[in-house]
Design a protein around this ligand. Structure first.
Ligand SMILES: [Zn+2]
Length: 258
């Protein structure tokens, strides 16, 4: 079953790769099938199998021999590993599928923000609505037996997530006289709140800021980024949310599981 969860994640990771490339370019995510971004030739189904396709092709396009972005394998591996972790934490429960969907959204946001400095509304707005709805339908997500309690925690999460970053952005603007935080980050935190509740929003901000600061300083130190470069915050907030999710899952493991 653990292997199944991993493969299940890899397949979704493969689909995420399509979305990560096409969403910011306003291309359809359904048609046409996968193609090489360099030579535009369609990719055979057997070259498109997660991990193995990349290995068989030794990281190059079969037609034009252009190097395939290693991001494709990274996304597949990351999604597969997180789905495996979800299975080990929650088993094949409603929480597995709901948090699986949440993690897909986070990975999508992470890689699009990393490359394009934008967090698509197309992900976060439906994410906020779905997070609230799922908490009401499956209150075990909030480790509670009460639908109203779970919904309340999620609704406060949306307000705290949206509100706290808005406050930081406002202070940043007043003190630094420049935009410290994008509107996308605020919406992303609202989505995190909708899925995980308000306490986990604070955990996400804490770990996201901490890890973000450390990595940014490292990137500047080794010369990959300049002090003046824009550093997207979405990937770090997403990482913070994953930590918050599994932290919550560990503390409350065994309570109200189905
Ligand atoms: Zn090609």
């Amino acid at each position: 079953m653990a292997i199944f969860a991993f493969v299940f994640g890899a397949v979704f990771g493969s689909f995420l790769n399509v979305c990560i490339y096409r969403l910011p370019r306003s291309l359809s995510i359904v048609k046409p099938g996968s193609y090489c971004p360099n030579c535009s030739k369609p990719i055979e189904w057997f070259d498109n199998i997660p991990f193995f396709g990349y290995l068989i092709l030794r990281g190059r396009c079969r037609r034009c021999h252009k190097k395939i972005n290693p991001r494709y394998v990274l996304v597949e591996l990351l999604t597969a590993s997180l789905f495996l972790a979800l299975y080990l934490h929650f088993g094949f429960s409603a929480s597995f599928f709901v948090f699986g969907l949440f993690i897909l959204g986070l990975i999508l946001v992470t890689f699009i923000d990393w490359e394009h400095y934008l967090i698509p509304d197309l992900v976060v707005y439906p994410g906020i609505v779905l997070g609230l709805l799922f908490n009401f339908l499956f209150p075990q997500m909030a480790f509670s037996a009460s639908r109203l309690f779970a919904l309340k925690e999620a609704a406060i999460g949306v307000l705290v997530g949206g509100g706290s970053l808005y406050l930081i952005a406002l202070i940043g603007q007043l003190v630094l006289k420049k935009e410290a935080m994008g509107g996308g980050d605020i919406k992303l935190l609202a989505m995190i709140g909708a899925f995980l509740g308000w306490k986990s929003v604070l955990v996400s901000i804490f770990f996201g800021s901490l890890i973000g600061a450390v990595i940014s300083i490292l990137l500047i130190f080794i010369g990959l980024k300049k002090r003046t470069d824009y550093i997207p915050f979405g990937p770090y907030l997403s990482l913070g949310a994953v930590i918050a999710l599994f932290y919550k899952g560990s503390v409350f493991l065994g309570y109200y599981q189905i």
